[in-house]
Design a protein around this ligand. Structure first.
Ligand code: PEP
Length: 253
């Protein structure tokens, strides 16, 4: 973590929590993270709980992010949500390109390039997820995969806006598996991603935040968050409980 970049700890709730469950969780979480200065805290509830969570977190340090969106402003896209619909709710940002969306819902880099640009144009902070599969790492293709995703997904972002995007390095083999990347692997990949941004703008690469995601827990958070190029965490399972999520936030403070 560098002192020029404010760490961000974001909890991805995925398809968990009804509005009532979300209320319980946020009420338990707010007092536990209220004193964590110098850390940004975000929750990513399902669409149905966004409105309630924006209301419940107003005036607190907790930001609310959606988990996906469509790139079009409006249209015949049944079931989809636009950037304007999210910003109207006062949502802070949106997770884009999570590996589950890429793998299960065919989210492509071409679509993501448009989504990242549409989110920024609507004043939303995108958290762009990138990462390699087990097989890609095994055959030495991690850097090639990251280079491809970063190049494509940020292709419509102007140089001066690059640091408005938060990039989450999420090795797919570490998501929800309990198999966390070693500090060496996490630092190597986060540093590589920063260097890729640096190929477009050195200045922006010093500002852009790179998170690590993949089985982050209170027990391993401190060593991951201490890495030079890791500026926070995208947390899945451990964000569903106030105590464990607050412990990860505390590790970033
Ligand atoms: C995620 O879904 O982005 C994630 C990192 O999940 P987990 O922390 O459960 O591995």
């Amino acid at each position: 973590m560098s002192s020029e970049r404010t760490p961000l700890i974001a909890g991805n709730w995925k398809m968990h929590k009804t509005v009532a469950d979300a209320e319980d969780l946020i009420q338990a979480l707010l007092p536990r993270v209220s004193t964590s200065d110098g850390v940004e805290v975000a929750i990513c509830p399902p669409f149905t709980a966004l409105n309630a969570m924006v209301d419940s977190t107003r005036g607190s340090r907790v930001q609310v992010f959606a988990q996906t969106m469509h790139f079009a402003a409006q249209g015949a896209f049944t079931g989809e949500i636009s950037a304007a619909m999210l910003s109207e709710l006062d949502v802070h940002g949106v997770v884009l390109g999570h590996s589950e969306r890429r793998a299960l819902f065919n989210e492509t880099d071409k679509a993501l390039a448009q989504k990242v640009a549409a989110a920024l144009a609507a004043g939303l902070t995108p958290i762009l997820c990138v990462g390699e599969t087990d097989e890609e790492r095994e055959r030495g293709d991690t850097e090639r995969k990251l280079r491809h995703q970063i190049k494509e997904d940020l292709s419509k972002v102007a140089e001066a806006e690059l640091s408005k995007v938060v990039i989450a390095y999420e090795p797919i083999w570490a998501i929800g598996t309990g198999k966390v990347a070693t500090p060496h692997q996490a630092q190597e990949a986060a540093g590589f991603i920063r260097a890729l941004v640096g190929d477009r703008s050195k200045e922006q690469s010093n500002l852009v935040r790179v998170l690590y995601g993949g089985s982050v827990k209170p027990e391993n958070a401190q060593e991951l968050l201490a890495l030079a190029d890791v500026d926070g965490a995208l947390v899945g399972g451990a964000s569903l409980e106030a105590e464990s999520f607050a412990a990860i936030v505390a590790a970033a403070g």
